[in-house]
Design a protein around this ligand. Structure first.
Ligand code: BDR
Ligand code: CA
Length: 311
């Protein structure tokens, strides 16, 4: 059983990762969920998190955090996720009543980590603003963290620019703080997440009775369509790699490197760079995931959604 906290910006693929985490309480002890401005405004992504937690009948504390990057201007991913950040499904008004903590995410995360008797795993599927602020504000917290499993970056290529991936590009300064914090990191970047896709036909299988099935069907259908503008024939469910890795690391392969983030004001801003040289000073503390057994990845999601429908 792993104690985890989950920082996200839902987001269609964040929603799948949340569902999969919520469906596996015997393996993942979810201590709290926090939101960060990213795919959409903080207000929108927090409302989206409320919707997901409410339809899944969850009972996990939710706190909202930073509404913009540390130093950079904020640009939401409206083209990929729509005006709400999670366009597609409709939710009941009651789903917006899911309680939100009065604490800021940074204080909330600090408390949750302090209270845990076990080391914590941080799952992060949005820009790393909250996590960087956590480390800067409460540096002692690092001793209580086992690892960070995040979706972000790409060693081979980017998506928002030719070299940079959206989450890292949105807040490169925060990402640099997190990647160089000295904490073991698992990076699910575009190298693996673009192989972690779901097909059109697989999405159709969710079109059957059940509230969660219908929400998942609407989310994945929207995301599939919006992915076409980026040239995708199938729909990569990027953020889901984080939770799937925790549930079954054996379906992933990767390499250990020292990874840094470009923060200068060039066209490389927001790129993740792996130092592959065998230098003695390289700590190689980042496991960069490179490949996934896609059908097993897909099946983990299918099983999770089935389980939530039965709840
Ligand atoms: C990442 O960016 C967001 O749009 C997705 O939710 C994912 O976290 C993919 O680049
Ligand atoms: Ca995300």
């Amino acid at each position: 059983m792993k104690n985890i906290v989950f920082d996200c910006d839902p987001g269609h693929d964040d929603a799948m990762a949340l569902f999969e985490a919520l469906a596996n309480p015997d393996k993942l002890n979810l201590l709290g969920i926090t939101t960060v401005g990213g795919n959409q405004t903080l207000e929108n992504v927090t409302r989206n998190a409320q919707h997901i937690l409410s339809v899944a009948h969850a009972n996990i504390e939710l706190a909202s955090g930073q509404d913009r990057p540390l130093v950079k201007e904020f640009y939401p991913a409206t083209n990929a996720h729509g005006d709400t950040g999670m366009d597609g499904p409709t939710f009941d008004n009651a789903d917006t009543n899911y309680p939100i903590s009065s604490q800021n995410a940074v204080t909330f995360l600090h408390k949750k980590i302090q209270q845990s008797s076990e080391l914590i795993t941080i799952v992060a599927t949005g820009p790393l603003t909250n996590i960087a602020l956590l480390f800067k504000t409460f540096p002692d917290v690092k001793d209580s963290i086992d690892k960070i499993v995040l979706m972000g970056g790409g060693i081979d290529h980017g998506n928002i620019t030719k070299g940079a991936e959206f989450n890292i590009w949105t807040d490169p300064e925060a990402a640099k703080i997190v990647f160089t914090a000295g904490i073991p990191l698992v990076m699910a970047g575009l190298d693996v997440t673009e192989k972690a896709y779901i097909t059109y036909d697989e999405i159709q299988t969710f079109n059957k009775p059940g509230k969660i099935n219908q929400v998942v069907y609407a989310l994945l259908s929207f995301y599939f369509e919006s992915g076409k503008q980026f040239g995708f024939k199938n729909s990569p469910i990027h953020d889901l790699c984080t939770v799937s890795y925790l549930l079954n690391p054996n379906i992933f392969t990767g390499e250990h490197y020292s990874v840094d983030v470009v923060t200068d004001d060039s066209e490389a801003r927001g790129m993740t760079v792996a130092d592959k040289r065998p230098l003695p000073e390289n700590k190689n503390s980042t496991l960069v995931l490179m490949d996934v057994k896609r059908e097993q990845y897909r099946d983990l999601l299918f099983e999770a959604i089935n389980r939530l429908n039965e709840k």
